[in-house]
Design a protein around this ligand. Structure first.
Ligand code: ADP
Length: 490
């Protein structure tokens, strides 16, 4: 499990998901809008065509009612004037007992009209762009030849006929006439369709409108704008979060630094006490010996004995003072604040805190073993030990080439204790150094204080645990911190 870079992937994946979902919603909404527009246009087209077609019934009915004379007057018979009034009517024909239809198809249509009692279509040839409509009446019957293209009231047409992508056709009995070809869209896409028969029973043409919207007509600009907006927003949030993280990390480092300084002072005092105690004890022993000698020979010198006694008393008092100082700085409460702590979380915290340090040294720490490990510990002390061990490992790793730097933190249970092993691929610990590692003021580093490990050991034993060091079989050093398990506090 690689820790520090885990985060960014969620941002990328989450951002991409939001951008995709939004872009898809925009595309869908645009498609719905185009569909609504298409349907509105198709309905208008149907209404306009119906209005035109239904007029033919009215014209034929009027002709049948008025029965205009076949002889042409100066101005022409009314039926001959009709094409001038209605450009779509190409011709008007009449037939009576004396004038049979020139085309048997018209005679058949007349028969049908007589049967149904309304106008009837002569057999169709829709692709030719014209059709004939016959109304049987007495004494004469009438037939209209209608130009389909002239039928369309272009001035009221809801679309630009040349550029529109909507195709409009009139269909009947398997034949079709293209009213508006519609610019064909290459490739596949969403297809809209509209079918409705014109509102004239005598001419039941089906108005068919179709439109194909392919991916090129998607609202790419809006989708791109949305994606950019999401990316910008996420970048801003991420930036703010990074800033907050950096601030929190700095605060935490400051806090750890303060705790470390306090602890180091304590350790310093403990070290001094340790150093001072020995000479003081020696002074005490010497003065006591001198006192005995004075007692023997030469004769007792009461003043000298008194002075020596006083010196001994002073020395004892000094030892006591040092002892008191030592007791005071020995973190009397260490171990007193023990509580259940997840050691894995403590390691994660330390890794997070030291992420910049790791990155600076090109070290990708690996966290292995148990996913959670509850131990009894003082959380602050535990943080500090883990922090120190990782920092030491990073310092050791600096001595090797960047490509071979490995830092592995393993959490497991051993002998009823929780164990954190911090293993590095650094130079390891020299055999002569190993026994002195936890001594106060022992350091092999230039400028090193030599208090870190001694403090860590003090803190570990204060919590009822231990800290040990060894060289790994594969090279590098391993530090093992063991602490009582929470379920089985020692
Ligand atoms: P300092 O870091 O000030 O030297 P420490 O008590 O932290 O004090 O460490 C004492 C010594 O232990 C170091 O100087 C170094 O020689 C040795 N040491 C600590 N950690 C490691 C490690 N991971 N690998 C090798 N040596 C180490």
């Amino acid at each position: 499990m690689r820790q520090p870079w885990r985060f960014s992937w969620w941002w990328v994946v989450g951002g991409a998901a939001i951008a995709l979902a939004g872009a898809a919603a925009i595309a869908r909404q645009s498609l719905e809008q185009q569909r609504a527009l298409f349907e509105t246009d198709a309905r208008i087209v149907h209404r306009l065509l119906s209005q035109q077609v239904v007029q033919h019934d009215a014209i034929l009915a009027t002709l049948a009612l008025l029965q205009p004379a076949p002889v042409a007057s100066r101005t022409g018979s009314p039926e001959q004037r009709l094409p001038a009034l209605y450009p779509r009517i190409l011709s008007v024909q009449r037939s009576d007992a004396a004038t049979p239809w020139p085309d048997p198809a018209l005679a058949e249509a007349e028969r049908l009209s007589r049967q149904s009692g309304r106008a009837a279509l002569a057999p169709l040839d829709l692709p030719s762009g014209r059709y004939r409509l016959v109304l049987a009446s007495e004494p004469a019957s009438f037939a209209l030849t209608i130009d389909l293209q002239a039928l369309v009231p272009w001035e009221e047409w809801p679309m630009a006929a040349e550029t529109s992508t909507v195709r409009v056709e009139l269909e009947h009995a398997g034949q079709r006439h293209v009213v508006q070809p519609g610019r064909l869209q290459a490739g596949t896409g969403s297809r809209f369709e509209f079918h409705k028969v014109v509102a004239a029973e005598s001419q039941p043409f089906d108005v068919v409108a179709t439109q194909t919207v392919n991916w090129r007509q998607w609202p790419w600009a809006r989708m791109l704008a949305w994606t950019l907006a999401v990316a910008a927003l996420l970048a801003a949030v991420r930036h703010l979060q990074r800033q907050r993280l950096a601030r929190r990390r700095a605060e935490e480092l400051l806090r750890l630094g303060q705790v470390a300084r306090l602890n180091t002072l304590g350790e310093l005092a403990a070290g001094m006490a340790h150093e001072l105690n020995q000479p003081l004890t020696a002074v005490l022993a010497n003065t006591q010996a001198a006192q005995r000698l004075l007692d023997d020979d030469p004769p007792e010198l009461a003043t000298a004995r008194g002075a020596m006694a006083q010196a001994a008393a002073q020395a004892r008092r000094a030892a006591e003072v040092v002892g008191r100082l030592r007791r005071a700085v020995e973190r009397p409460d260490s171990g007193g604040q023990r509580q259940v702590v997840d050691a894995v979380e403590a390691v994660r915290r330390a890794l997070h805190l030291l992420e910049p340090e790791c990155q600076r040294r090109s070290v990708a720490p690996a966290l292995e073993g148990l996913p959670a490990l509850n131990v009894m510990a003082d959380p602050v002390a535990l943080d500090q030990i883990v922090h120190n061990l990782i920092l030491n490992a990073l310092q050791a790793l600096e001595q090797g080439p960047a490509t071979q730097r490995r830092l592995t933190l393993t959490l497991r249970t051993v002998d009823g204790l929780g164990e954190l092993a911090v293993a590095d691929s650094g130079p390891g610990i020299a055999p002569e150094v190993l026994p002195r590692l936890f001594e106060p003021f022992f350091s092999t580093r230039e400028g090193g204080l030599g208090l870190g490990l001694s403090l860590c050991e003090t803190l570990a034993s204060g919590m009822g645990g231990s800290l040990s060091a060894a060289n790994a079989a594969t090279g590098g050093a391993v530090f093992r911190l063991r602490l009582p398990l929470a379920a089985n506090p020692a």
